[in-house]
Design a protein. Sequence first.
Length: 194
Amino acid sequence: MTGQERRAQLLDVGRSVFAERGFEGASIEEIAQRAGITKPVVYEHFGGKEGLYAVVVDREVKRLLARFEGELEQESPRAKLEAAAEAFLTYIEEEQEGFRVLVRDSPVTSKTGSLASVIGDIASQVEYVFTEEFKARGFDTKLAPMYSQALVGMVALVGAWWLDAGKPSRKIVTAHLVNLAWNGLKDLEKKPGQ
């Protein structure tokens, strides 16, 4: 196996172990054993568990964010919302191990790899949709980041539940998420609580 092939193998094995056990529960010993190698080979490629974890998480974030490319170019705001929710849920369905890595606790010293950081990355991609809509409706556009975080967080948490529940279908989950979000946004008050 070439060095590049070994690295790819270790990333796949690490992804599986981190998905099953989380960062704290994973060990270099188990990763090496599953890869059929010795521990020093893992250290040689990644410097340790933290290094391997960081690369696995970075790769998953890129895979997830790639799902949104082109999806937000729909005409209507509702279609953009549907496309974003569908892209996120499709990632969860097709990349279950990767999603489990992202939603598990990250190392205390890590600023990336937590669900909050992933939500932040995705929310920043869909924030402009809220900004445009808020501007058109005369709402305070400074609140668009908060609404974007809320929407993406809702999809992520429902997605985590759905992954464990295994039903209903992705299409039904998407439809209900969009129904809740869209109908809530449709009658949004400019200054709630005042």
